[in-house]
Design a protein. Structure first.
Length: 100
């Protein structure tokens, strides 16, 4: 009778550990890596927030352009000019009473 020695399957176990480790690494990278799912959600939230900020700044810019146009030489709004003189320079008419 021929006697065969059985060797432990270290190669197979090593291959399984390596495959499991690589699979775990790529799964982790796909979820939490630089280009993963969580980062994509974070970038999308930042984009929405920045879009809202841009829209608010555009409204503010339009308001400021309107005020600038109303105080320009081509179009002078006397009421706005009077309001600015009162708020910036502190002027008032002689028939007004100031209560502080």
């Amino acid at each position: 009778m021929i006697q065969t020695q059985s060797r432990p399957a270290i190669g197979g176990a090593f291959f399984m550990v390596l495959a499991f480790t690589l699979g775990g690494y790529f799964t982790f990278a796909a979820i939490q890596g630089d280009y993963g799912v969580f980062r994509r959600v974070q970038i999308h939230a930042e984009a929405v927030e920045l879009t809202k900020e841009r829209d608010a700044l555009q409204v503010e810019l339009a308001r400021m352009q309107n005020l600038t146009h109303r105080l320009s030489d081509q179009y002078l709004d006397i009421d706005l000019l009077d309001e600015q003189v009162r708020s910036v320079l502190g002027y008032m008419r002689g028939d007004e009473i100031v209560i502080r």
